[in-house]
Structure formats: C-alpha cells, structure tokens
Design a protein. Sequence first.
Length: 219
Amino acid sequence: MDIIQAINERHSVRNYLANRIEADKVELLKKKIEELNAAGNLNFQFKEDAGKTYNKLMNKFMGLGSAPSVIACVGKDDGNLDQRVGYYGEKLVLYAQQLGLNTCWAGTFNRENIGAEVGPGERLAISIAIGYGKDSGKPHRSKDISQVSESEKGRPDWFEKGVQAALLAPTAINQQKFKIKLKADETVEFTDLGGVLSQINLGIVKYHFEAGSGRKVEL
Ligand SMILES: Cc1cc2nc3c(=O)[nH]c(=O)nc-3n(C[C@H](O)[C@H](O)[C@H](O)COP(=O)(O)O)c2cc1C
C-alpha cells in the first residue's frame, strides 16, 4: 500500500477487537518509532497493553476503551513539540495503516494510567490508540479546497494534490482550522487558525500536504 492509499483509507477507529498486535508487527512498529524519535527529537513509547489509558467517561462513551495498545507521544518540550508530534506521529499512523492496523489520535486519555516515562524537559503531548478495528472507520465530513487554501501563483497540480491530502488529515473534533497558501515566490505558507490542539493538527496537516504534493515542508 503506498502512502496515498494509506491517506485515503485511514479513518479514526474507536472500536477494537480484543486481538493483540502480532509480535512481528510490534517489532516493525518499535523500529519505526525508534527512527522517528531520532529524526524528530521525540521519545514516543509503544505500550503493548493500553491497560486503563482510556477509562475516561468520554472514551467509554466514544468506544475508545477497547483499544488494546497505545502510543504515548512524549518529546522534548522546546517550543514546537506539538507540531513535531503531529508531523512524526502522523507518519507513524500512516505506517500503521500500511501494516493493516487502525488508529485514533486521542487527546482525551488518562495521563497516569498510560504509564509513559517523561524525562526532564519532556512533555506527554497526546496519545494514539492502535490495534485491529472492528471496522475501518468512515470518511469525515470535509471543508472544500477553497475554504482551506489560496494561491498567488495559480493552482499547479502538486499544490492541488497537497491540499487534497491535507483535507483527509485527522484534526481534533474534525475542526480543519488551517489555511494553506501558495505564495508568489512559490513557497507554501501554513496558518494555524486556532482551536483545540491546533499545533498538533497543523503538524499532521503538514505531513499530509508533503506526502500529497511531494514537496518537503518545514516545521
Ligand atoms: C489532535 C487530535 C486529537 C483527537 N482527540 C480525540 C479524542 O480525544 N477522542 C476521540 O474519540 N477522537 C479524537 N480525535 C479524532 C478526531 O475526532 C478525528 O480525527 C476527526 O473527527 C476526523 O475524522 P477521521 O480521523 O476519521 O478522518 C483526535 C484527533 C486529533 C488529530
């Protein structure tokens, strides 16, 4: 499965089968996490047993309580941690999709029960539930391309593809509060329009744009 197919097929999944992730896939996930931690100055941790990470009333209500495993998204709290968490975390989410797994970013979770190791100068930003879904989720309602993008330089194919991939990105409570602008000098400007966990959302959106457009994005 290539990255575009993974972007198209990924949806948040909140109801999971009890099956644990097989040992060979756990190894692949751990290797990927190691790689992303090194690239992004992060300390993501895979917890094979999610235990009572999702015992909050809201999680039970939404169904997330059934997630067998979880990723604790920890990293050096140096000013742009949330964007790095979003960008590298979404690389991991799409990799999991390619392995046939399902995921859900979750800002609502039990910070004590997740059992993350948070070193000096680090912060636990968010969690990602992971496992085999009872279903594969469904496409979210989406804004239009014109609502989230503008251009001073026409609409080249690469830009259009980047924006389309960005619209498929998960954002907290599906806010899609971002703007992507192609400037006259052909650079791309991303604007965070606020809302819940907006910098994590923006990091996720930047990775989707990068994967869709084939153009490297700065964090
Ligand atoms: C930063 C972030 C935090 C989120 N937190 C939660 C959460 O606490 N609980 C939950 O059920 N879903 C959560 N979600 C999932 C969003 O509701 C979901 O991504 C959005 O509705 C779009 O749907 P999709 O992911 O299926 O495309 C979160 C997503 C993001 C990106």
